[in-house]
Design a protein around this ligand. Structure first.
Ligand SMILES: CC(C)(COP(=O)(O)OP(=O)(O)OC[C@H]1O[C@@H](n2cnc3c(N)ncnc32)[C@H](O)[C@@H]1OP(=O)(O)O)[C@@H](O)C(=O)NCCC(=O)NCCS
Length: 174
């Protein structure tokens, strides 16, 4: 179990499934996940070997509130992708997302010895883009009109953070 200031990341349990179904019934939660007609498209379906998925739980109550993933593990280039959903929208804007990112990055660089963590995010999802930037991700490029959504084709930004960048943020207390 990974323990942050506000949340813990723990193994996914059968008891979390009902909560997951509820989160994904909320169109505001799935809005930027690339779902079409209420159905998930591959973003959240990463069954590549070595992928990790955790339940995000509130640290004090252990109530499940979201999902974190370290997926698409590439052991040759020592990289993996980060996925993050806080499924309870009344808990947005309280720092849970930032806490999850810090825990996943510490695991990726310190435990899994990765060199790069990357993600894709719809470019219009500014709250998420800003959050990833604050946690040290750099925008690496834009895939123009690369995702079909309920609102039409959307640009997708690729973001990444390299191990030395993460280490230097930590050695400076950032
Ligand atoms: C995107 C998402 C992960 C953000 O999670 P979050 O828990 O709201 O993130 P944080 O609270 O750490 O940061 C979000 C905002 O709250 C602010 N915030 C953080 N802690 C705060 C606090 N204690 N008081 C006030 N504001 C705070 C941050 O500054 C940030 O502000 P900004 O939007 O102006 O930049 C969440 O909205 C989500 O899961 N959405 C649905 C799924 C999704 O879109 N996932 C991402 C796919 S790429």
């Amino acid at each position: 179990m990974l323990i942050g200031d506000l949340v813990t990341l723990r193994e996914v349990a059968w008891g979390d499934l009902a909560a997951r179904q509820e989160w994904f019934r909320d169109p505001e939660v799935t809005r930027y996940l690339g779902w079409l007609d209420g159905v998930p498209v591959p973003y959240l379906q990463d069954d590549s070997p070595g992928s990790l998925e955790w339940t995000v739980a509130l640290r004090d109550s252990q109530e499940p509130v979201g999902i974190a993933q370290l997926g698409k593990l590439d052991t040759v280039a020592a990289q993996a992708s980060l996925g993050l959903v806080i499924g309870r929208k009344e808990l947005w804007g309280k720092g849970l997302g930032a806490d999850v990112i810090r825990l996943v990055l510490a695991y990726a660089f310190q435990v899994a010895a990765l060199n790069r963590v990357w993600l894709t995010v719809e470019s219009r999802h500014l709250k998420a883009v800003r959050l990833y930037e604050r946690e040290g991700f750099l925008a690496e490029g834009v895939l123009r009109q690369a995702r079909q959504t309920q609102d039409g084709l959307q640009d997708v930004t690729v973001m990444g953070i390299l191990r030395p960048e993460w280490e230097s943020r930590h050695s400076h207390g950032g």
